[in-house]
Write a protein that binds this ligand. Structure first.
Ligand code: DHB
Ligand code: FE
Length: 287
């Protein structure tokens, strides 16, 4: 049986990818960011899964206003890094897991969740920056990755509550896969940020801290946060945080917070990062 025992949450600021690709990770500004992931890289090595189920949003890169799936699962054998204007990032091609992805699609659709099946998709910073933060700059990514793209760009995005329940459905799907595979779920995006308009640059440390505190302890309450509260409190792009609820839904209600990192600023945003493990199977590793 395939199992999920941990989840990783992280912002996916594109400037972090650019800093790494351009050899700037030792500059003082960026060192503070990368140092915050030193423990996480070690943890990831010691808990290397067979598959990462990576929840991210496409930033009008693979998709456009032509069609807007709310939830889209990548079932392809591989996914190329996208060209976001400066050429594709010099990172390895993402190798998928078509068999598990197709099984998850079948299972969650039959649990009454809508899911778009995507057999060809280039992946942007939403997916590649979290991998870079957790794995650095390897020749190949060390495991398979199933992308799940969530629409948080074009109104209306899914509610946090739907995302939480969707995560629970994904867990049931994974646990009904007959092969023994270790799966870790990543929730990406956030934290508070707004990239345009009068409130551009908005950072709300209080909201972010409460979100981080409550996500591990009280996910059902966090799932009740309405769309408008994310936008008002965390900025227009703060709505990306609903994706963290998909990863959280895939874990037990009782979890152990293994690691937390919060840092301002990274580009124009607040950067947040958590590692949670199911309490029942927790490794006990601490920073
Ligand atoms: C930026 C873009 C993002 O998609 C994001 O989540 C955070 C920051 C940016 O352009 O700075
Ligand atoms: Fe984003």
């Amino acid at each position: 049986m395939a199992t999920i025992s941990a989840s990783v949450y992280t912002s996916h600021v594109p400037a972090i990818g650019a800093a790494l690709d351009q050899g700037k990770s030792n500059e003082p500004y960026w060192r503070q960011v990368f140092d915050g992931y030193a423990f996480s890289k070690q943890w990831e090595k010691e808990h290397l899964p067979d598959v990462i189920f990576l929840v991210f949003n496409d930033h009008a890169t693979a998709f456009s206003l032509d069609f807007i799936p709310t939830f889209a699962i990548g079932t392809a054998a591989e996914f190329a890094p996208a060209d976001e204007g400066w050429g594709p990032r010099p990172v390895p091609t993402v190798i998928g897991h078509p068999k598990l992805a197709s099984h998850i699609a079948q299972s969650v659709i039959q649990q009454d969740f809508d899911l778009t099946i995507v057999n060809k998709m280039d992946v942007d910073h939403g997916l590649t920056v979290p991998l870079s933060l957790m794995f650095g700059q390897p020749q190949e990514w060390p495991c398979r990755i199933i992308p799940l793209a969530v629409n948080v760009v074009q109104y209306p995005p899914p509610t946090g509550n739907r995302c939480y329940h969707f995560g629970q459905a994904i867990r049931r799907a994974v646990e009904s896969f007959p092969e023994d595979l270790r799966v870790v779920v990543f929730g990406t995006g956030g934290m508070s940020h707004q990239l345009q308009g009068k409130r551009a640059g908005l950072i709300n440390r209080e909201f972010d801290t409460r979100f981080l505190d409550e996500l591990s302890r009280n996910p059902r309450e966090v799932a009740k946060i309405p769309f408008i509260e994310y936008v008002r409190e965390a900025g227009s792009e703060g709505i990306e945080l609903v994706m963290w609820l998909i990863a959280r839904g895939a874990l037990d209600e009782r979890v152990r917070e293994v690691y937390r990192f919060y840092h301002v600023p990274a580009s124009n945003t607040a950067l947040g990062h958590l590692i949670l493990e199911n309490e029942a199977t927790s490794s006990g590793l601490t920073p």
